[in-house]
Design a protein around this ligand. Sequence first.
Ligand code: ADP
Ligand code: MG
Length: 290
Amino acid sequence: ATPMAVMVGTGLGAMNGILFKNAAALENATKLTVVVFDKTGTLTVGQPDVVDLVSAPGTDTSTLLATAAAVEKFSEHPLALAILKKSADLPVEHTVAFTNIDGQGARAELAGDTVLLGNRLLMESHGVDLAGLSQEAARLQGAGRTVVHVARAGRLLGLIAIADAVRPSSRDTIQALHKRGVKVAMLTGDNQATADRIGQELGIDIVLADVLPGQKADKIRELQSQGHKVAMVGDGINDAPALTQADVGFAIGAGTDVAMESAQVVLMKSDPFDVVGAIELSRATLRKMH
Ligand code: ADP
Ligand code: MG
């Protein structure tokens, strides 16, 4: 585009809370064939709440919750914040040796026992038997809940079901992208069943679930190697490499600084629908070039 058109385009964007950091981003936005959204904090509000507690035989829900909180008090994960909020009235025991297990959960030592908490893969890789509760977990995930499994000394104490509301404009955003001939994907570290349910609710074409933080950029590269021009929209530290890899990276303004530094466009209103606005604006700017 001409320098004048780019100036007008980026200026109009800025007035609407869509900050293009450079002219290349504005030009690349005209060519996008797929937009990849992070799930948590991007398509969803990112303020999850505990909605269900299922304790294993021999354990009660207060013990389940208090044990989980004893580990999560050291974590900054959104799921940890949900568990801490729910357990605010409970006495929480002292734990040591907290370790974050990237993309799977966390662990700590409580009175000489290892407490392990996170997704099903984490339990399986540590030989925790899910026997009685795996059907219950599947039911909760089928309803769009994220299930946190809690185990102490190798024994499952129960499940904590967590829900995160989708942003009000997420559905319309996906419809508007489809109308403009753009495909939509969702990328998440959450499990396949939960992701599929939310994907279905929102009309998403491609659901990429169980993706470890280190693999997010690879998924973008795969789409590019299939000939796609790819946008990534994300908010988290773990989205940063994917935002950099994408042809255009969009950061949610309420997200982390790292995401905003890695993206070429910042959505100041934290509204996913502004991706549609950005594409419209870029197309209008490009037309002025001819
Ligand atoms: P996302 O892509 O949704 O931000 P993450 O990569 O942070 O997901 O985590 C992937 C999955 O690992 C979560 O859905 C959850 O099941 C589990 N997990 C990670 N950290 C924690 C934690 N602190 N507490 C409970 N579960 C966790
Ligand atoms: Mg996120």
